[in-house]
Design a protein. Structure first.
Length: 388
């Protein structure tokens, strides 16, 4: 999706003495940018005007498929609605500072307005419009796309999905079912800790809330899931599953045409996804922390078994580059680690113009060094324009 370019940028732009993270290997060399695209990659002499990268890594800009960060900026505390334009700008700047140059902003679709205990309001259409308008005005540093998180256990999912059309160019639609007792919240005690802490419910209030959710899903869950799949097809969006746990879940996902599995909760489900040629995303915070905060499978377990394809920053933007470097060191292959946040997510959602250091592709770049196993970004560029 196009961005207005900064006419003050002097081109061509060149980088020298860089550890270039290519699709299959890391080599020391130079890279030249012209008209927002990678013009040349080489290991010979670089232009005298080139930026000396001092042996730092130069990688493709990171591609984030699932982040809750925008929602965090809009609602920094329970019942606080921060001015949206300011929140979007802050979210955009934070991602740019972390090396993320393309983001699929996760926006919940489907609300519960009749539950006084812990309902949540409709906001998807209005927020998506605000993001798209700011993008059109050239107010954002990085490339923003829409990711609709379709909450099947909600009251308004289908009517909210109907408010989106092909002109919105929704890139990703994920099937969400957070009904307690299964998938992410198979351990209801984890769900209880989250909900009671967020909404201040006592035990009786929590028990009633769980009962309400289960009754709601029994009434609308099947219809909403089918409607969300139909919406993905109508919108031309890549379809994703969320929190697949069992073989039956994966079989259902494959039948729907799911191409990406977000955060499978078991080794069994992740392996079944690979057998069904469904790409597996795991949370970078899970990897960095050494385990899932919900008590599900550890990302490192899937990484060690060759079942992890893509990382998502989920709720910590800085975790994306951190996790990719951790994988590169864990696998002894930095190019493979960086691919989990660049070329593989690009391919999963059909972005063929970015995600790799190759002539002709977008000059979305991140320069970083690694100190004590922690990556430190030194510069970020989108189409050759410095943004961080």
């Amino acid at each position: 999706m196009p961005h207005r370019r900064d006419a003050s940028v002097t081109e061509p732009l060149a980088f020298a003495n860089a550890r270039l993270v290519l699709p299959e290997e890391v080599v020391v060399g130079h890279l030249i940018v012209a008209e927002g695209r990678i013009a040349e990659i080489g290991t010979g002499a670089a232009p005298s005007s080139a930026i000396d990268c001092e042996g730092n890594y130069l990688a493709p800009g990171l591609i984030e498929l699932h982040t809750d960060n925008l929602e965090r900026h809009i609602s920094p505390r329970p019942k606080v609605d921060w001015p949206h334009e300011a929140a979007i700008v802050a979210h955009d700047a934070e991602l740019a500072s972390c090396g993320i140059t393309t983001v699929f902003d996760a926006i919940r679709v489907g609300s519960i307005h009749s539950n006084a205990r812990a309902g949540y309001r409709k906001y998807a259409r209005s927020l998506a419009t605000e993001v798209l308008q700011m993008r059109a005005k050239g107010a954002l540093r990085i490339s923003h796309h829409l990711h609709l998180r379709a909450e099947t256990c909600s009251e308004t999912l289908l009517e909210e999905l109907a408010e989106f059309g092909p002109e919105d160019r929704v890139g990703l639609l994920s099937l969400m079912d957070h009904t307690p007792g299964q998938r992410q919240f198979a351990d209801v005690s984890k769900f209880e800790a989250y909900i009671r802490g967020k909404h201040g419910l006592d035990q009786a209030g929590f028990d009633a809330y769980v009962s309400d959710l289960k009754d709601l899903y029994a009434r609308v869950g099947v219809e909403h899931e089918a409607g969300a799949v139909a919406a993905a097809n109508r919108l031309g969006a890549t379809l994703a599953s969320h929190d697949d746990t069992t073989l039956a879940h994966v079989e259902t996902s494959a039948g729907y045409g799911v191409r990406v599995a977000e955060f499978p909760t078991t080794v069994e489900a992740a392996r079944a996804c690979h057998e069904a040629e469904i790409t597996v995303i795991m949370g970078a915070p899970n990897l960095v922390r050494g385990g899932s905060h919900s008590g599900n499978v550890a990302a490192e377990t899937l990484a060690d078994q060759g079942l992890l394809d893509i990382l998502s920053s989920d709720y910590v933007p800085a975790a994306l580059l951190f996790g990719a470097v951790m994988l590169g060191e864990r696998w002894g292959d930095m190019a493979r680690g960086i691919a989990t946040v660049t070329s593989t997510p690009a391919a999963a959602v059909g972005l063929s113009d970015r995600g790799r250091l190759e002539p002709g592709l977008r000059a979305d770049l991140v320069r970083f060094r690694v100190g004590d196993h922690v990556p430190i970004p030194r510069g970020v560029w989108v189409e050759g324009r410095r943004v961080g």
